[in-house]
Structures are given as structure tokens and as C-alpha cells.
Design a protein around this ligand. Structure first.
Ligand code: ADP
Length: 165
């Protein structure tokens, strides 16, 4: 059985992420989508909330599970018995850092391969940062994030803006 991990911040999950999840879930027996917790970064959603939004958005994929971790990815993969890390590549700008990470992860865990999926062209421009910008200006988010989480993102942005005032 091949287990793959798709790590990221997912703050929040976008349709670009979901496209990678759907395609990776078709390639591997089991896919673990893992919110990697970076304590130096505070996001729009807490790691636990991101997990909940991801679970809601990926319910229709029976071989996908969602988790969070503050371990090094190489160690987390070993603990899960995973052989593959999946990464999405949007543009050349993603490439350099991703290749560096892939090499380091394989040094730390020689049984771990990183596989890159090219972003579908309609999502190459999409990032969680762009989604937050759009939400800030009240844009319609249906085109960018799973419909199951649109209300959560708009609600949280409203709360953040009220706090800023
Ligand atoms: P971001 O905050 O930039 O959206 P994440 O850390 O949540 O990024 O991304 C996790 C993984 O998903 C990374 O491998 C990233 O390259 C990939 N990814 C992010 N957005 C997209 C997209 N629109 N299309 C394909 N892959 C993506």
C-alpha cells in the first residue's frame, strides 16, 4: 500500500489545493493531507480550524484523511509509514524552494520520494494569500475556495476587520 502526504499551510484550503488532492488521491492508495504547524506564523485560521475546513472540503474522497503536525515532515512521514510527499507546482517561482526541500527530506528520510504535480492552468494564479486579499475586499469567493467553506472565510474576515478598527 502506498501512502502519500500532501503537506502545506492551507490557510485556508483553495480550489488549487483541492485539485491537487483529487489528482493525488487517484494516484495513491492513501493520501494524508497534513497541516504543517509553523509556530512563528499566525494565520487567519488556527491549525485545528484548517483541519476542520479541509475535512469538510474532502469528505467525498474516501482515501483522503486530514491531520496536523508540528514535526519535521521527514519524521512525520516515517511515523505514518508514508513513501511519497506530494507537492503542487504553480510556477517557476515555486520550483527552487520545493526542490531544495525535496532533497533535504530525502537526506533525512531516504525512503521518501517527493512527487510534483503541475497545477491545473486555471489555478496557477491561486494562493491562500490571494484568497485572503479577495475576502478583505468582499469579492465573491466561490471561484477560489470550496463552497463548503465560503461562509467560514467571510465570517472570519469580518471578525478580523472588526478587531482592526
Ligand atoms: P499557499 O499558502 O501558497 O497557498 P500552501 O503552503 O498552503 O501554499 O501550499 C501547500 C502546497 O500546495 C504546496 O505544494 C503548494 O505549491 C501547493 N499549492 C498551493 N496552491 C496551489 C495551486 N493553486 N495549484 C497547485 N498547487 C498549489
Amino acid at each position: 500500500m502506498t501512502t502519500a502526504i500532501y503537506p502545506g499551510s492551507f490557510d485556508p484550503v483553495t480550489l488549487g489545493h483541492l485539485n491537487i488532492i483529487k489528482r493525488a488521491a487517484a494516484c495513491f492508495d492513501r493520501l494524508i493531507v497534513c497541516v504543517m504547524v509553523n509556530s512563528s506564523k499566525t494565520g487567519m485560521f488556527t491549525p485545528q480550524e484548517r483541519v476542520e475546513l479541509l475535512r469538510r472540503s474532502t469528505q467525498r474522497f474516501p482515501n483522503v484523511t486530514v491531520d496536523q503536525s508540528n514535526q519535521l515532515l521527514a519524521a512525520y512521514a516515517r511515523a505514518q509509514g508514508a513513501q511519497v510527499v506530494v507537492k503542487g507546482l504553480r510556477a517557476v517561482s515555486d520550483y527552487e524552494q520545493e526542490v531544495q526541500m525535496a532533497v533535504i527530506n530525502r537526506k533525512l528520510n531516504p525512503g521518501l520520494e517527493t512527487m510534483f504535480l503541475a497545477s491545473s492552468e486555471k489555478y496557477t494564479y491561486l494562493s491562500s494569500t490571494i484568497v485572503k486579499e479577495m475576502a478583505r475586499y468582499g469579492a465573491d469567493l466561490e471561484e477560489f475556495i470550496p463552497c463548503e467553506i465560503v461562509d467560514d472565510v467571510n465570517r472570519r474576515m469580518g471578525e478580523m476587520q472588526r478587531k482592526e478598527r
